[in-house]
Write a protein that binds this ligand. Sequence first.
Ligand SMILES: Nc1ncnc2c1ncn2[C@@H]1O[C@H](COP(=O)(O)OP(=O)(O)OP(=O)(O)O)[C@@H](O)[C@H]1O
Ligand SMILES: [Mg+2]
Length: 342
Amino acid sequence: MPAGSSGPTSTPYSVDPIIRIQNLSKTFPGVKDVIAVQDVSAEVEKGEIFGLLGPNGAGKTTLIRILTTLIRPTSGHAFVGSYEVTKEPEKVRSIIGVCPQTGTLDPELTAWENLDFYGKLLGMEDHYRRKRIPELLAMIGLQNRAHFLVQTFSGGMKRKLEIVRAFIHRPLILFLDEPTIGLDPESRREVWEQVRTLKGEGTTIILTTHYMDEAEHLCDRVALMDMGKLIVLDTPDNLKKAMPEGDLIEMRTESVTEDLLTGVRSLSHVLNVQGSGNLVRISARDGSGTLPEIISVFEKNKKRIAAISIHSPSLEDVFIHFTGRRLSESSEGAVPQGGGQP
Ligand SMILES: Nc1ncnc2c1ncn2[C@@H]1O[C@H](COP(=O)(O)OP(=O)(O)OP(=O)(O)O)[C@@H](O)[C@H]1O
Ligand SMILES: [Mg+2]
């Protein structure tokens, strides 16, 4: 691990935590027990947008389900507001709003009716619902579609409606599970804007995502999760600063050999080299300046170069650094553990 990098032990604790998670674990018994959440500890600060970022099956939804009192942890404690989730679930539910991962709007009701029904379930008075619903519809630009059936809405319109529905009673804390999954880029940006507006009203927001750009651009702090564990928690900037210095260069070739890696490692500006399959990942000071030397090492080793990319570190790189694997499903398979394992 490079100097200055943070790990779970250096997790920054909040000045004013509104959520405290202490050694939380959840096991689903079965033929092969699944440890969905494993010894997670963290604190969420009042008023922040806190992101849980991780690949499919990382345990994000399970953690949200524990915090929103839908399931009980196997061990550990969680306090939402000042209430422990297993001891005072009704009190927890009175201060939170939840937008689950899968759509829960009734397509055969109108936008207004969906909000109204939900408000009634929460015990909101008639006059307050009548005042609140137009405000919420205006917030997402759907005031003219108030009396249209939800089944006639686009994916983005439905998601935005579902998010404001979770906010109908002005909860202190809003949980959004994959708020932008399956949305086009334009709708995703609109949802981000909506989430920022809700933060502007003083709401604390906890969202899950497996989109690194969402975590990077929207969240004040991000917890990286993988295989039930919280790997590291910090601001997106600090997470990237924990990376080895320099630019990241990826070279695709026919096959990686030890001689090739040794040759690249010997270059003066090269800080770190990892190779797997047909990919060599290099971190180097002055990436573009060092590139000609790297290319000549490939030539000396008679390795044809199929593709080159140079970029500054992203949260994807941070994830690879800490887990040795990629975050996105679409990318290559495993990259060998590169000394970044905490
Ligand atoms: N009710 C359940 N019974 C058994 N196993 C479960 C249950 N719920 C979740 N799991 C398992 O727990 C692990 C974590 O699942 P979880 O849904 O929390 O992941 P996730 O990070 O939200 O993933 P995704 O990005 O796909 O939504 C997975 O291995 C999943 O199969
Ligand atoms: Mg999930």
